[in-house]
Design a protein around this ligand. Structure first.
Ligand code: HEC
Length: 149
């Protein structure tokens, strides 16, 4: 048996096949992902996990994000879909949660240091993910009295 057989190398890292396979699938579903980086949606989910947003928010696609201390972030996606807010607005809501407190929820609960913990690019990734949450088509978007802002 030759020590440097390529077969042995592959056997040493069977997880690599999963990672590469998964990436190919996700990249195929994503039209403009850079080839060297993880797709934006995957990075966004990781950032949202890192920020523990799911402790307080329901966020589809983010494992364990079933919190109900803050609003269901599907509502953010619904407002975005209706053209009421932009990605920049969502970024601002993450950086300065108290700038426009969501009706029916307490202020001063959401951490206000995300602007320091995440780069602008990371905040944008998260905001874009929230704007496009796949719940808009699935749930009725009739949320009275949200427009006032
Ligand atoms: C400790 C609980 C908590 C954590 C952690 C938390 N939030 Fe919040 N969040 C809230 C509460 C409560 C509100 C509603 C009050 C307000 O608007 O300030 C809110 C509001 C928001 C809003 C505005 C929603 C709207 O409908 O206006 C967004 C967007 C948001 N959070 C995103 C995030 C993101 C992204 C993270 C993680 C990086 C996060 N939150 C982490 C509690 C939390």
């Amino acid at each position: 048996m030759a020590g440097a057989s390529p077969v042995r190398k592959i056997q040493r890292a069977p997880w690599l096949a999963w990672v590469v396979g998964g990436l190919v699938v996700v990249l195929a579903a994503c039209t403009s992902a850079p080839s060297t980086e993880l797709p934006p949606s995957v990075r966004a989910v990781r950032l949202l996990e890192e920020g523990h947003c799911g402790a307080c928010h329901q966020i589809p696609g983010v494992p364990g994000a079933t919190g109900d201390i803050g609003p269901d972030l599907c509502e953010v996606a619904a407002r975005y879909a209706r053209g009421e807010i932009t990605v920049t607005d969502i970024m601002a809501d993450i950086i300065q949660p108290n700038r426009r407190v969501h009706e029916g929820y307490l202020d001063d609960i959401m951490p206000n240091d995300y602007g320091e913990r995440f780069s602008t690019e990371e905040l944008r990734l998260m905001a874009e993910y929230l704007a496009r949450l796949p719940c808009v088509g699935a749930t009725p978007t009739a949320t009275p009295s949200l427009g006032g802002g």
